[in-house]
Design a protein around this ligand. Sequence first.
Ligand code: CTP
Ligand code: CA
Length: 223
Amino acid sequence: CRAIAKPKDLAGLRLTVTAGATQEALDPVRYLTNHSTGKMGYAIARAAVMRGAKVTLIHGQTALDPVRFAEDVPIVSAQEMYEAVAGRFDETDVLIMAAAVADYRPATVAGDKIKKSDGEMSIPLARTADILGTLGPKKTHQFICGFSMETRDLIENSSAKLHKKNLDMIVANNLKVEGAGFGVDTNVVTFVTGDGVRQLPLMSKADVADAILDEILARRSLF
Ligand code: CTP
Ligand code: CA
């Protein structure tokens, strides 16, 4: 079985992994969210546990089985995810942000269900906290890996995020490529780092997870 075959090459490392979508409440019955299912982040957490890391998995609502032997931290909103990640940042050696965090939330949350009326309505939105944008510039010993999902200019946009958020690596996904993206069990990713880009072929998310951990381990030992 996979677990027995794995060398414990991440033993002693504390990994914080985020996964899934956040939900931003509008009223007691409605929220804004996105298509993330959490599969990629869960695959990374599972692979890291098998390789001996101490793993915390901070996640939005998903339909996935919990990752055995990982600390499980369910959250709802971007703000809650921010607090959960920031609260563990000092004790994190590697932060992998696979979660699809909402960029905006309804500016106010109605206490009662919003009733319909005739005509159009619009919802004022406010920015959420940018978790990596805030923590990246504050990193000390941490290796930080972000994700980037784009429909165009994948490498340019991802490199810009790498530098702006002071990250060590971005796993870039092109949503327009067959076999990549939401809900599926495969992915096509490109690693973007300060010294270049490396495109991986179509792989299962389990294999992508191991490839991400391999890359991080190799890069961390360069520190
Ligand atoms: N991210 C974050 N906090 C947010 C939004 C995103 O930490 N409020 C993280 C994501 O988890 C991901 C990385 O930042 O690892 C890039 O997310 P992405 O949505 O691709 O980039 P944004 O900076 O939000 O830019 P945009 O959505 O405009 O492309
Ligand atoms: Ca975003």
